[in-house]
Design a protein around this ligand. Structure first.
Ligand code: ADP
Ligand code: ADP
Length: 235
């Protein structure tokens, strides 16, 4: 069963006469670690936002075709409800952080979903361990490094236990060491925690060792959708 199914999908930003992405047919399967790559402007972010319902919900514009997440049409589901199925960390992850302290940030997502204080405590401890931020709950978010703030953004979307994690250009503000650490973490979430992963990256060398599928976009279309040979998975 597909975790995400995009069918005959075209999307036009407001006022655009040509689609930003077109003729998209893509199934993301349970357990996939799928990488979307391609040149600047080819539609990677738009495709990512189509998966999460952010286009057209946040951006307006017009879509044709269908997108299903866990079998539900994104047009039929409210974005907050989708967030418990598909977690998104955008390239500008700092805009997703809305509280003062690390602990509050992760609790916030769960409070909004009606989790009890006990559930919040238990789940917070689990996600902080997953992303390597244990013991930092009292820290001010402004005192964290960029890599730590990004892991906090990941922790806060994992808090509500989504089965899919989408990361748009997650390494754009990281140095090579931070990039390697980030993909090691995401690889672990995929392999050991069973989370289906979609990563957008224009640069492939750091991410391919963890990926099983590679999608290439050119001019708004999927040019290639291929398995990653296991020989490239050296990590
Ligand atoms: P990528 O992520 O591969 O760089 P995008 O998905 O951001 O590509 O952009 C795909 C196309 O859609 C580009 O032609 C871009 O200019 C256009 N586009 C992106 N965002 C908007 C927007 N908010 N309004 C209008 N056009 C947009
Ligand atoms: P912008 O002027 O940045 O294009 P938009 O109207 O497109 O603003 O977006 C409205 C708000 O929704 C912004 O704060 C943006 O960060 C947020 N947003 C966009 N995509 C998502 C997403 N996938 N999940 C959550 N919030 C999003």
């Amino acid at each position: 069963d597909a975790k995400i199914s995009i069918e005959h999908f075209n999307y036009y930003y407001t006022k655009a006469t040509t689609p930003a992405i077109k003729n998209i047919n893509l199934q993301v399967n349970e357990g996939d670690f799928l990488v979307v790559t391609g040149p600047a402007g080819c539609g990677k972010s738009t495709l990512c936002m189509a998966m999460t319902g952010a286009v057209p919900k946040f951006y307006g514009g017009r879509m044709e075709g269908m997108v299903f997440v866990n079998g539900k049409a994104t047009t039929q589901v409210e974005i907050p409800d989708l967030a418990t199925e598909i977690g998104v960390v955008m390239a500008d992850y700092d805009t997703q952080l809305v509280t003062m302290t690390v602990g509050e940030e992760v609790a916030f997502a769960m409070e909004n979903r009606g989790y009890s204080p006990e559930q919040i405590k238990e789940r917070s401890a689990a996600v902080f361990k997953q992303v390597g931020l244990e013991g930092m709950e009292e820290r001010k978010i402004t005192s964290l490094s960029g890599g730590q703030r990004q892991r906090l953004a990941i922790a806060s979307v994992l808090a509500t236990d989504p089965s899919i994690l989408v990361l748009d250009e997650p390494t754009s503000s990281l140095d090579p060491e931070g990039t390697a650490e980030l993909y090691k973490l995401v690889g672990t979430l995929n392999r050991e925690h069973g989370i289906t992963v979609v990563v957008i990256d224009h640069d492939l060398h750091a991410v391919l060792p963890y990926a099983n599928r590679l999608v290439l976009m050119v001019d708004g279309e999927i040019r290639s959708d291929a398995d990653v040979p296991t020989t490239l998975r050296y990590m």
